[in-house]
Design a protein around this ligand. Structure first.
Ligand code: NAP
Length: 524
């Protein structure tokens, strides 16, 4: 029997009216739950968050807000097994995929709890050194960040129902803003359970956190100059939200995390069998198949020196052949289905497009019977490696994201061509360079850096310690220019800037230093 999921607004759980959307198990296509937001008063929900949650959070110091985050992290960690089961059933996650999402959620909350504890009793973030303004040392200016007085609306994608919700929440709460969070409907069961656990902690001030389970209705029409929209999802959805006339008129703060054609680059110095070669293969395989390739940070484009192309293809095909596709309720399965029927349709169409003028080395768009899934059921696709020997700037591989276990291997003849092809992706979240040649690494890292939010370098010095590029680190920025949405999240205190107003305060130095708890400069 399917469960009814509810929203949590104005401090209470509310079931929506009207025609519900159904959540299914993507391995079996069985209905699991349904949800609707019909009849929910979003204007009142926004007002409640602004008027109750905002003042309550702003009254707390960073260290006190950190205590809330700690309680929320504990609630997630304590329910890990239950949440893993939900990830397997509703998101098609393997156990390991579900852990990645859930531990990412609790880990990011804990990272920001630690950061908040270090920021201590303050309520305002001091931004760098003060600026002397006149001949007298007394006349002085200081930049500080203060929390915005509106509400932050968070809209998340279907692929990380736990981590996506928790990482945005951690940063926003620490900054001092109330949140209305909305998971993608198809995989909302995980976020719904976490929200139940969070409410049960009693740690959240009234109005500080609301949860919308289903469509957003007219929610966004109530946002204004002190509010924030942080959106993660498809580029075309982001474009339509950015274009809302009142967003432009009132300068509503918007952060977008969207698509990305992340690249993995093998240096010309790396020979088969070396540490760096093995790291490259292991990380590319992991990035293609973890969460069935449904990660914004997954490797989509693989660049190898032309004289190594065949060896790389063979090694990747061999590794991908070991992947067992099926219902992750069977613990022998190593890759589950994609999340929805629509995803499956898009991935299949995408593979066909990428394969134009290229060869499929393994996998493809054909239907797949998942291991331990009912015959003919489930949204399964094979891990697919495409080889494009003559990539161009305008090839589909440099123009479209296929959000599944799919990547394209391409040769490069020289560094100039490589940099041009990587840049043709139009802006990405993360790309990785695998090389022990310092001159090559430096040229490529600096060459691709303007097109990315993060660049990872792996070499033999880091053998066994390298962190796969698709793992988002709370201390480092997540986001990227252009196609990736132009946003910035996380990065320690950097991510808090979206939820705070930076203001320059100018006047009497001693007063300003005292007001913001800045240690006195003995020279003044
Ligand atoms: P999507 O269709 O854009 O949906 C994303 C979210 O937006 C969902 O919560 C969806 O709600 C909501 N939404 C859809 N239309 C909306 C509207 N008109 N107004 C307000 N909200 C709306 O994206 P998706 O297909 O689920 O996600 C996959 C995409 O997300 C991929 O392209 C991937 O690269 C990107 N992604 C990026 C990151 C990143 O950090 N850069 C992370 C993960 C995913 P419903 O589910 O209720 O429709």
């Amino acid at each position: 029997m399917s469960t009814v999921l509810r929203s949590y607004v104005q401090g209470k759980w509310q079931a929506g009216s009207g025609t519900p959307q159904t959540l299914v198990n993507p391995s079996t296509e069985e209905a699991l739950a349904e949800t609707s937001t019909g009849g929910i008063d979003f204007k009142a929900a926004v007002a409640f968050a602004r008027e109750k949650g905002g003042p309550a959070l702003r009254a707390l110091s960073f260290a006190q807000r950190a205590e809330i985050l700690k309680a929320l992290a504990k609630a997630v960690a304590d329910a890990r097994e239950e949440l893993i089961a939900i990830g397997i059933a509703n998101a098609g996650n393997t156990r390991s995929d579900a852990k990645f999402d859930i531990d990412g959620a609790s880990g990011t909350l804990l990272y920001y709890a630690d950061l908040g504890a270090k920021l201590g009793d303050a309520k305002v973030l001091v931004d760098g050194e003060g600026v002397p303004l006149g001949r007298s040392a007394r006349l002085f200016g200081q930049h500080v960040y203060v929390p915005r007085q509106g509400v932050a609306v968070h809209i998340n994608a279907f692929n990380f129902p736990a981590w996506g919700m928790a990482e945005k929440l951690a940063v926003t709460f620490l900054a001092g803003m109330p949140v209305i969070t909305k998971p993608a409907t198809a995989t909302a069961q995980m976020a719904h359970r976490i929200m139940e656990l969070w409410v049960a902690t009693g740690a959240i001030p009234e109005g500080a956190l609301s949860f919308v389970c289903g469509g957003v209705g007219d929610l966004l029409s109530h946002l204004g100059a002190q509010d924030v929209l942080a959106f993660t999802g498809a580029g075309h959805t982001a474009a339509s939200l950015r274009a809302l006339p009142h967003f432009a008129r009132d300068s509503v703060h918007v952060n977008v995390e969207a698509d990305s054609l992340n690249a993995a680059i093998l240096g010309p110095d790396v020979s088969p069998g070396s540490e760096t070669w093995n790291t490259f293969l292991a990380e590319v395989t992991r990035e293609m198949t973890q969460k069935t390739g449904q990660k914004c940070t997954a490797v989509r484009r693989i660049f190898a020196p032309a004289n190594r192309l065949d060896e790389v293809r063979e090694a990747l095909v061999e590794r991908l052949a070991a992947v067992k596709v099926g219902n992750p309720a069977d613990d022998k399965v190593t890759m589950g289905p994609v999340a929805t029927a629509a995803q499956l349709r898009d991935v299949r169409a995408g593979i066909e497009k990428l394969a134009e003028g290229a060869q499929i080395a393994t996998g493809g768009a054909m239907p797949v019977n998942g291991q331990s899934a009912p015959e003919g059921k489930g949204f399964f696709v094979a891990p697919t490696l495409i080889v494009n020997k003559t990539p161009r700037v305008d090839s589909p591989v440099n123009q479209m994201e296929v959000f599944g276990p799919v990547a394209t291997l391409m040769p490069y003849a020289d560094n100039g061509t490589l940099l041009t092809l990587v840049a043709a992706g139009g802006g990405g979240l993360v790309s990785s360079v695998y090389s022990d040649d310092r001159a090559f690494t430096q040229e490529v890292v600096l060459g691709i850096a303007p097109h990315h939010g993060r660049v990872t370098i792996a070499n033999e010095k880091l053998a066994g310690q390298s962190i796969s590029p698709g793992t988002v680190m709370p201390g480092l920025l997540h986001g990227g220019p252009g196609r990736a949405g132009g946003g910035e999240e996380l990065g320690g205190t950097r991510g808090m800037a979206l939820y705070m107003q930076r203001v320059a305060v100018q006047g009497h130095r001693a007063l300003i230093e005292q007001m913001f708890g800045i240690k006195k400069d003995p020279a003044s």
